[in-house]
Design a binder for this molecule. Structure first.
Ligand code: IMP
Length: 182
């Protein structure tokens, strides 16, 4: 069944997203001047954040993508992470920022940091649009270098984030309220 947008309440408006992402871009620009920057977007959720963030960074940079799966289309984590699509270029010697949509349990990011560290980047940092610290599981505490917004433990959709593949195209981030009986 196609989920209804009537069940979504705006949490972060388009204007709030734009303003915060401009500030993150300026922060990254100041910190990465003179470095060889690669943004690694995690598909599919980070697609909108990555394309807006890269336009807010006033530096030469490259982008690449990885696809993982940790959720099986629902609202609960499966707890295991699988690599679905790997990078197309080497990141050896590059200053890499992993670009995520949201950090919840932290398991995806822990997997990414461990996997990408073995590929000898010059540096490895993390940027996430949303941080949901209440979801963090033991052993998956990770340092986040750039955070857009820290949010409460709701299931959110929009601006790249999905429920069963839907809602990624909403221009805002909203809280999804499930049906009473689901
Ligand atoms: P983690 O491994 O639990 O930190 O989850 C990371 C991934 O789970 C994110 O990249 C999202 O794809 C997905 N996820 C976690 N919380 C939400 C949510 O509230 N809405 C949509 N997707 C989510």
């Amino acid at each position: 069944m196609i989920p209804s947008v009537d069940r979504v309440d705006v949490l972060l408006s388009q204007d709030e997203l734009n303003e915060r992402i401009s500030a993150l871009g300026a922060e990254i620009t100041a910190r990465y001047r003179g470095r060889d920057l690669t943004l690694v977007g995690i598909l599919k959720g980070s697609a909108l954040f990555l394309t807006d963030l890269m336009r807010a960074i006033a530096l030469p940079l490259q982008i690449d993508f990885l696809e993982l799966s940790s959720y099986k289309g629902g609202m609960a984590s499966t707890g295991s992470v699988r690599l679905v699509k790997d990078l197309t270029h080497s990141i050896e010697g590059k200053d890499v920022i992993i670009v995520e949509d949201i950090v919840d349990t932290g398991l995806t990011l822990r997997y990414l940091l461990q996997t990408l560290a073995t590929r000898k980047p010059a540096s490895l940092a993390t940027a996430t649009l949303l941080d949901k610290p209440s979801g963090r599981v033991e052993g998956a505490d990770c340092d986040l270098d750039f955070v857009g917004f820290t949010i409460p433990g709701h299931f959110v959709v929009g601006y790249g984030l999905d429920l069963a593949g839907y809602f990624r195209n909403l221009p805002y981030v909203g809280i999804y309220h499930p049906e009473e009986d689901s």
